[in-house]
Design a protein around this ligand. Structure first.
Ligand code: SAH
Length: 190
């Protein structure tokens, strides 16, 4: 089984183009941030969000070392992303990535929470361009993660009835605790 993080990267690598505007909603250790910067190239723009200064600082160093100058990191709740992304980019964001749960090696009490996650995902969806992509990895196996994953499943189900195509890929079959990757494509007409 290919790790969900790699599956998310494969989807985005095939879709993103140099010059695109993209968002990493959960910067964490910065792997996805740097991946996105590589996809959109120096003409592109990456916005990153995290509520832990440790995550932002370490990722800043990682990006500097890689020479990725097209990234703006924000020490801010991703539920507030619409206020941070320039108005001119609303409706023209090519992709938003979420990797929920806690930062590996970091503070385990600082997990994403259902309420802010849902608010952030709704905001992210609104920022997308037509055919724009949202990737979300959710972890039902940790405390609070089950509720968060169920809330997302319900929300995406609702979205798929009207203005999105949604794929849900489990890390393992027949397991209630297996991480889940959601790949959401905004409809052209939405
Ligand atoms: N569990 C994943 C990594 C998740 S990292 C894995 O195994 O790879 C999740 C990141 O989201 C953490 O760095 C955490 O600080 C951040 N985060 C939590 N709540 C947030 C919020 N409301 N806004 C922005 N970032 C948040």
């Amino acid at each position: 089984m290919i790790p969900l993080t790699e599956q998310a990267h494969a989807v985005l690598r095939a879709a993103l183009e140099p010059g695109d505007v993209v968002i990493d909603a959960t910067v964490g250790n910065g792997h996805d941030t740097l991946f996105l910067a590589t996809c959109v190239g120096p003409q592109g723009q990456v916005f990153g969000f995290d509520v832990q200064s440790q995550a932002i600082e370490q990722t800043q160093l990682r990006l500097q070392a890689a020479g990725a100058a097209q990234v703006r990191l924000h020490l801010r709740d991703h539920a507030e992303m619409a206020a941070v992304i320039p108005q001119a980019d609303h409706g023209r964001v090519a992709a938003v990535m979420f990797n929920l749960g806690y930062l590996p090696g970091g503070e385990k009490t600082l997990v994403t929470r259902t309420e802010t996650t849902l608010a952030a995902i709704k905001a992210a969806f609104e920022l997308l361009e037509p055919a724009g992509l949202l990737t979300v990895i959710a972890y039902p196996g940790h405390p609070g993660g089950r509720e968060e994953t169920e809330a997302l499943t319900a929300f995406f189900h609702q979205l798929s009835a009207t203005n999105a195509r949604v794929r849900q890929i489990p890390a393992r079959e027949n397991s209630v605790t297996a991480p889940q990757l959601f790949v959401v494509t905004r409809s052209i007409m939405a």
